[in-house]
Design a protein around this ligand. Structure first.
Ligand code: E4P
Length: 227
């Protein structure tokens, strides 16, 4: 499963990209607004930091303007994926931009039928929002299972299921168990994935016991600094 980070915070992205675990980035207008920075500068900087797709969302709502904005965004860098909302105009814009050879991420998906339409429109990614469905008492992960089942039924569909609106490590775990293609994860949740109280406790005990031996690993013949 690919890991995207769901943020427009360049410093966070730089830090996470250094782990080598990041396969892409998703932004949205709310995340860009939070930075208080110029949208184009932010997208260009992120695209230079990460090789994989960087989603940048259009702000227009009619098809002609969405396509024009999408083409402008796509010129920022080769790895821009244009994000369009799951509306009729968004689906038409998806079709046009995909035919240009631009990757399109269809966002704000809340039903399996919407996902079916996005695949038929040639989307590279469909973004079902699991957290926002859970927030209103629905089962976000059930939607992921349905979309994966439907897409799996048709060899002609090449749209990747990008699980979005992730709130916790459990969402990531469930998405991976279902075989989702991508999770876009807030930075705080990515960091939570590595944490376990027993890991911290075990490491403290190992380090304390090692200290008692008075030994060191480096400086024993082979320094480990092989050319
Ligand atoms: C996805 O691309 C969206 O940016 C994001 O996952 C939305 O998450 P939210 O529901 O936490 O705002």
């Amino acid at each position: 499963m690919k890991f995207f980070v769901d943020t427009a915070d360049v410093a966070e992205i730089r830090d996470l990209a250094a782990t080598g675990l990041l396969d892409g980035v998703t932004t949205n207008p709310s995340l860009v607004a939070k930075t208080g920075r110029d949208f184009f500068d932010v997208v260009a900087e992120i695209c230079a930091l990460v090789d994989g797709p960087v989603s940048a969302e259009v702000a227009a709502t009619d098809v002609e303007a969405m396509v024009a904005e999408g083409r402008t965004l796509a010129r920022i860098a080769d790895n821009v994926a244009v994000k369009v909302p799951l509306t009729w105009d968004g689906l038409k814009a998806c079709r046009s931009l995909s035919q240009d050879g631009t990757q399109v991420n269809v966002t704000l998906c809340f039903s399996a039928n919407q996902a079916l339409l996005a695949a038929k429109a040639g989307a590279s990614f469909i973004s079902p929002f699991v957290g926002r469905l859970d927030d209103i008492g629905h089962d976000g992960m059930q939607l992921i299972a349905e979309i994966l089942e439907i897409y799996g039924n048709y060899d002609s569909f090449h749209t990747e299921v990008l699980v979005a609106s992730i709130r916790s490590p459990m969402h990531v775990l469930h998405a991976a168990r279902l075989g989702a293609d991508v999770c876009t994860i807030p930075p705080v949740v990515i960091r939570q994935l590595a944490k376990h109280v027993l890991t911290d406790k075990g490491l403290d005990a190992f380090l304390a016991d090692w200290q008692k031996t008075g030994q060191s690993i480096l400086g024993r013949g082979d320094s480990g600094d092989k050319a």
